[in-house]
Ligand binder design. Structure first.
Ligand code: ATP
Ligand code: MG
Length: 253
């Protein structure tokens, strides 16, 4: 990893994430297309002021409640997220009792195994969806992208999909799953089909979600969780995020 980024650099955090992605690419976790997808995310993050908004915090709270109430919560893992926040993904899975499933847009068993190893090195006990374990099918989708683990996403009632493609998010919704998306683009298809969309950078979302989920879990109060979910309105929440982007020019001109 490049050690030459000065701490004082105004884009320090952003550059550090790039370094992690490049390292993930070199270690076979990330594909070249993933680097491009990250760039799209960065552009939106810039417009959002690179901070967690009120709207994102509300969505993170609703998502935490949903995961805690779920019977079979699952966290879907791709190469990018494994490269930038494996440790936090494992921690969230422990706090919410969610299963971790490797689910790639560009499927490749070798890469699945690298990602599995990365999660295990960061404390995961079991990883779903790797190789022949992904033997169930999402009927809505064609090609290799539809393969999922019968004990993971296929069984799951609430699935959190960070940096997901719109087609697959839509197919999972059609299968009757509750989908929580983490996506910096509030107008992506994924953002619009998910029931809960967190418009924020995954590097900020996960630590916040872990601490909120921990707090909510300690309440041991299902009624409070149900109320949080009932009061959440994804369309309004997305509009609020879009409003931040539209207002970004005000501070500059
Ligand atoms: P869709 O298929 O949903 O219409 P897309 O084709 O524009 O979206 P994909 O390449 O399929 O996008 O998925 C990548 C998504 O992940 C993008 O919307 C991008 O903004 C988002 N993204 C990239 N990096 C991050 C990050 N660090 N945190 C959160 N979201 C991110
Ligand atoms: Mg897409």
């Amino acid at each position: 990893m490049n050690k030459n980024i000065p701490l004082s650099h105004p884009r320090f955090k952003s550059l550090l994430v790039r370094e992690k992605l490049v390292s993930g690419f070199e270690r076979g976790l990330v594909v070249a297309q993933g680097l491009i997808a990250h760039g799209r995310g960065e552009a939106f993050d810039y417009l959002l002021g690179e901070q967690t908004s009120r709207a994102a915090r509300v969505a993170i709270t609703a998502a935490s409640a949903e995961l805690l109430l779920a019977r079979h919560p699952v966290i879907s893992i791709n190469g990018n997220v494994a490269a930038i926040c494996a440790k936090e993904l494992v921690e969230l899975s422990k706090v919410t009792n969610a299963r971790l499933e490797v689910n790639l847009f560009y499927r490749d068993e070798k890469r699945e195994r690298f990602i599995e190893r990365e999660l295990i090195n960061n404390g995961a006990r079991k990883v779903y969806g790797v190789g022949p374990r992904a033997s169930a099918r999402i009927s809505e989708l064609h090609s290799e992208r539809r393969r999922v683990d019968p004990d993971g996403i296929y069984l799951g009632d609430v699935v959190i999909v960070p940096l997901e493609d719109g087609d697959r998010a839509e197919a999972l919704v059609k299968m009757g799953k509750k989908i929580i998306a983490i996506d910096l683009n509030p107008i992506s298809r994924t953002a619009r089909v998910a029931q809960i969309t967190i418009v924020d950078n995954i590097i900020r979302v996960l630590p916040t979600m872990i601490s909120i989920a921990r707090e909510l879990r300690s309440l041991e109060d299902e009624a409070t969780l149900t109320k949080i979910i009932k009061e959440f309105n994804n369309k309004k929440n997305l509009e609020e995020s879009l409003g931040i982007i539209q207002g970004a020019k005000d501070g500059l001109l």
